[in-house]
Design a protein around this ligand. Structure first.
Ligand code: GLN
Length: 378
């Protein structure tokens, strides 16, 4: 083969967004807000650019931002990370995930992932010669059978990748899940990569249980988060990785050659903006309004709503409407009904089809209304 990933195509998010654009459909496929970020944040960026902060940031990130990140983590999860030596600012969650895998996964190392899984985990593991072991979470509730997970563990297991809250299912991990995980990793040198980019989007008063709340897990974990999801700025590509110094030191060896450092004026702006906790503590409520609006609008249709405990994605089962597989159904929905979604099978290696699609509700009221109008006619 010409390249190391010659069997991989374009991501489903790019595919569905392109199909949406070609068909002038309402794009509820790729997960990004269609509304403006807070103008205060935009003003901060503008002011730092104009003040002349336009050159390289320090490799691991600007100290002011790392301090604010440490403060946020401590306030939210009562966990302490040293800003300078344990937090690295990255070019978005995906780059942090890529770098974490590149740093630690060697040829023939095994990595456990939970499907439906965000699309970058598996190809990245394989790029570095790792072998993916999967546990398939399924409808209706995407529960994890920890005994089955335990059976996937071997002396070759290098890493377990968690995504909590889970994109695309909207499932969050419960206390029992984390206790089971603790039992599995106890006495091993297994690392945990915890993708928590939707940590501030959890509904119905439920609590996001970060990996860093549990000292037995924190000591072996790389915690990854994203400002794109937190402040409606997915196009700014900025996030971070928090991990104990011993892991961060290794992570940065790769990070320095991957991106070296990330956007200076945006880091400075985020540091200022994060001084006000209200800028993210209200996020749950903000997105719960959108989730509830979408769910109420769909309640009278033939779609079945699956639970949505977190993230800005709603999963829908459509088997009362069509017996097509989810990919064909999603294409038809885009072309004929002008609403673009993402088929769940694209989150499973074996393309498991349970007739489920994902809708993104990080959209203006007006966009959601138009989408509901179209979906109600089906
Ligand atoms: N995270 C977003 C989603 O799940 C989009 C990611 C992407 O386009 N690569 O839809």
């Amino acid at each position: 083969p010409l390249s190391k990933l010659s069997n991989v195509g374009t991501t489903i998010f790019s595919q569905m967004t392109q199909l949406a654009n070609e068909n002038e459909a309402i794009n509820l496929s790729q997960g990004f807000p269609d509304f403006m970020p807070d103008s205060e944040l935009l003003d901060w960026v503008d002011s730092f650019i104009k003040k002349g902060f336009n050159q390289y940031a320090p490799m691991g990130g600007m100290i002011g931002l790392k301090e604010e990140i440490a403060r946020k983590i401590e306030n939210s999860h009562q966990a302490i990370y040293h800003p300078d030596s344990e937090i690295t600012v990255t070019a978005g969650g995906t780059q942090a995930i890529f770098t974490a895998i590149a740093t630690f996964v060697k040829k023939d190392d095994e990595v456990i992932i939970f499907e439906p899984a965000y699309d970058c985990y598996e190809p990245t593991v394989e790029l570095f010669g790792g072998i993916v072991k999967r546990f398939e979470m399924k409808t209706p509730d995407y529960e994890i059978d920890w005994n089955a997970v335990k059976n996937l563990v071997s002396e070759k297991t290098k890493m377990i990748i968690l995504n909590n809250p889970n994109n695309p299912s909207g499932k969050i991990l419960k206390e029992n899940d984390l206790q089971e995980l603790i039992k599995i990793v106890e006495g091993t040198s297994i690392l945990i990569l915890s993708d928590e980019v939707y940590e501030n989007i959890v509904f119905d008063g439920k609590q996001h249980l970060s990996i860093c709340k549990y000292p037995e897990l924190k000591e072996r974990s790389l915690l990854i988060a994203s400002f794109g999801k937190l402040f409606h700025i997915t196009g700014w590509k900025i996030g971070y990785c928090a991990a104990p110094k011993i892991l961060t030191d290794e992570f940065r060896k790769i990070h320095q050659f991957n991106v070296f450092s990330v956007n200076t004026p945006i880091q400075l702006a985020l540091a200022e903006y994060m001084k006000n906790d209200d800028h993210y503590t209200q996020l749950n409520q903000f997105f719960q309004g959108k989730r509830d609006f979408l769910r109420q609008g769909l309640a009278n249709t033939s779609f079945d709503l699956l639970d949505c405990e977190g993230t800005y994605f709603q999963a829908l089962k459509y088997d009362k409407i069509s017996d097509k597989n989810d990919f064909d159904f999603a294409s038809e929905l885009t072309i004929n009904h002008k609403v673009a979604s993402v088929p769940f099978s694209s989150f499973y290696k074996d393309k498991l089809n349970e007739n489920v699609i994902r809708l993104c509700f990080a959209k203006k009221q007006e966009t959601l209304e138009k989408a509901l109008e179209n979906l109600s006619k089906i």
